[in-house]
Design a protein around this ligand. Structure first.
Ligand code: BES
Ligand code: ZN
Ligand code: ZN
Length: 462
């Protein structure tokens, strides 16, 4: 079985000679410059976040590396080091708080990430970091694995990440943790009453048939945590075909599923005392003679009928069947992740996933962890006043209100119709992509709101 969780490449136990690496705040440079090598002072090192000073020994070799951390608040300040420092092994100086040391270690590994699966030339070797003292290694390891899993799944072209390949990725993570899996594929979706997932995915080639992937893990009597992911392996828009520009990035339209799977990995790897369920609706929104058409009406799993006024609003369609099932056994918390709307990106940009929830404490805790972990999400309203925009003249719901006003809100309101008011539920409309690279966060597929939701869940269920 292909292994989808990457091994870490930059964090090492190797002893031997390691170059000392010291984190230096701007305040230290201002008030205690005498504690720094003369070279740092004479070369104008100010301790600005991300700045680096290679201090030489008498023989010209690097004696010590100073890394500026500014005011100490930017967890990514050191994350470019794995690619910017000369090859070798570095050792963080003692006395760094475990939390900061863990952030340095995680950033080091995440900053070294490259998606080189299709590159003929090997990636240049990265600088390595000795595991810092006092950090929770298992936690850093699983967070790095989880983030890189999202990146790899999203970056993989749709040709190699269709519904069947996405299922294989889930299988490999499930096998690692002894989780059980059941998968309903193709026309079996009709028998099992997932009519809308079937309708969206039915136009794809037979080897890319739609499916619902259902994972279970953990003791049955533990509190139920259920995750749902939008796994649209490619979104052409269907018959309401996207233009070339908007279609270009649509290999990433399974980013929600990637987030759900990565969070499931975190939960299972940490042994969180929950009964975990993860549902991924994996489809390709394709064009063929069997495509769903604008104006078609489908009766969903829940019984509500849905008019497809735009075949490009397919995410909310597959999620309505998955959410109805997810809601049916009354989970203690239900979370869904989806690259659902262009409107969320217009409202908040690529870095701030839009959070919708019927539970104020989930919103408060997730937003607070987002700021603390530098993995922000931003709450948007489930504005009941806009519910009437989803009215259809022929069915219970319209999947794509005309005009597109408040597009991410109406999409979230659509999903809400399939969740009981009594179920604590949150929906993350996530971009899953870095348009440009920054320290620790290369351009391409990205996990957003993942470390913060993990921190929130751990608080709740540990
Ligand atoms: N996958 C897209 C949403 C998307 C587009 C996410 C670009 C990130 C970047 C989704 O299936 C879609 O096409 N949504 C439409 C909905 C509309 C037809 C109501 C959109 O947002 O334009
Ligand atoms: Zn679409
Ligand atoms: Zn989509």
């Amino acid at each position: 079985m292909t292994e989808y969780l990457r091994p870490l490449t930059c964090l090492t136990d190797s002893v031997g000679a390691a170059v000392p690496l010291r984190l230096v705040s701007a305040e230290t440079v201002r008030s205690a410059a005498e504690t720094l090598p003369v070279f740092a002072r004479s070369s104008g090192f100010k301790g600005a976040a991300g700045s680096v000073c290679l201090c030489p020994a008498a023989d010209g070799s690097v004696q010590e590396v100073l890394v500026g951390i500014g005011d100490g608040t930017d967890r990514w300040a050191t994350a470019a080091l794995s690619t910017s420092l000369p090859e070798g092994v570095y050792a963080l100086s003692d006395g760094v708080a475990p939390d900061l040391a863990a952030a340095v270690a995680l950033g080091w590994e995440l900053g070294a990430y490259t998606f080189d699966r299709y590159k003929s030339k090997p990636t240049a070797p990265r600088a390595r970091l000795l595991w810092p003292q006092g950090v929770d290694r298992a936690e850093v390891l699983r967070q790095a694995e989880a983030v890189m899993l999202v990146r790899d799944l999203v970056n993989t072209p749709a040709e190699d990440m269709g519904p069947a390949a996405l299922e294989q990725a889930v299988r490999s993570v499930a096998a690692r943790h002894g989780a059980s899996l059941s998968v309903t594929v193709g026309d079996d979706l009709l028998t099992a009453n997932y009519p809308v997932i079937h309708a969206v995915g039915r136009a794809a080639a037979p080897d890319r048939a739609p499916r619902l992937i259902d994972l279970h893990w953990g003791p049955e009597d533990a509190p139920k945590l259920t995750l749902v992911g939008k796994g649209v392996c490619f979104d052409t828009g269907g018959l309401d075909l996207k233009g070339a520009g908007p279609m270009r990035l649509m290999k990433k339209d399974m980013g929600g599923a990637a987030h759900a799977l990565a969070l499931a990995h975190l939960v299972m790897a940490a042994g969180l005392p929950v009964r975990l369920r993860m549902l991924i609706a994996a489809v390709e929104n394709s064009v063929s003679g069997s495509s769903m058409r604008p104006g078609d009406v489908f009766r969903s799993r829940k019984g509500l009928t849905v008019e497809v006024s735009n075949t490009d609003a397919e995410g909310r369609l597959i999620l309505c069947d998955a959410l109805a099932e997810a809601d049916s056994d009354a989970p203690a918390l239900l979370l869904d992740f989806a690259t659902l709307t262009g409107a969320a990106r217009v409202a908040l940009g690529p870095d701030l996933p839009a959070l919708f929830t019927n539970d104020d404490s989930v919103a408060a805790d997730w937003m607070a962890e987002g700021l603390a972990q530098q993995d922000p999400v931003w709450r948007m309203p489930l504005w009941a006043g806009y519910r009437s925009m989803l009215d259809s003249p022929v069915a219970d719901l319209d999947n794509s209100p005309e005009g597109g006003m408040a597009g991410s809100i109406t999409a979230a309101l659509f999903l809400q119709e399939f969740v009981s008011p009594s179920t604590p539920w949150a929906h993350l409309d996530v971009y899953a992509w870095n348009p440009k690279g920054r320290a620790g966060r290369p351009a391409g597929g990205e996990a957003l709101g993942l470390r913060s939701v993990w921190a929130m869940i751990r608080q709740r269920f540990a």
